[in-house]
Design a protein around this ligand. Sequence first.
Ligand code: AHQ
Length: 245
Amino acid sequence: MEAPWSREEFEQKLRTKGQGYHIYHPFHVAMYEGKLSKEQLQAWVLNRFYYQISIPLKDAAILSNCPDVEARKQWIVRITDHDGTMENSYGGIEAWVELGSAVGLSREDVVSLKHVSPGVKFAVDAYVNFCKQRSWQESMCSSLTELFAPHIHQQRISSWPEMYPWIDESGLKYFKKRLTEARRDVEQGLNVTLDYFSQSREMQEKALDILQFKLNILWVIADSIMLQSSEITMDGREYLKQPVY
Ligand code: AHQ
């Protein structure tokens, strides 16, 4: 097996995986180009809520596997970023409910999870289970899709007001919040990954595979939402819109 890549080369390999980021998924390209209908945007918000409420569970799973106090002290902020705190209950999850009302959905529609497609549920559960079962270093590595997240958040912030003028400005709060949080969060994930996986070339390749696993999760989430909210009819029969489970 060849010698490990240098730290800079390894980081570059991780960043190059961004070519498979869901910003290039046809559903997100259509969103950026203003081509989504109100129903399709609502479907995206309804399905993505399941991802948002699963993030704190995923991060708590990582903490439960992490004996390193310094690493935990840094990572734990991700949970309150989403959940809020007893003092201030406003967090990312609440901001996402606000996004829901900005696109014309009731709180009940969003929090009931009754519109979440089986594919989205399956992909998100796979991410949470990965972080329950794998080492904290491997799980932190899987969060590195956030290297590419500021770009997609910025895209929404800059394109929605023009493309979807019917969406209230308050709906952008979540993306603005994540712009700064993602940049801060990803520092820790990247440093842990560059340190831990640089033991060998084999470990570095494993880190790239873990990142690809998470890229696939985000891709399949977009696939499932696109299918659920599309007008595809199977030989003339209206595609079943509501998951039956
Ligand atoms: O809103 C997002 C978020 O809170 C997170 C946490 C992070 C993780 O720990 O895996 N990933 C992530 C992401 C969020 N939003 C996605 C989007 O497109 O809005 C991007 C996603 C990510 O890139 O992993």
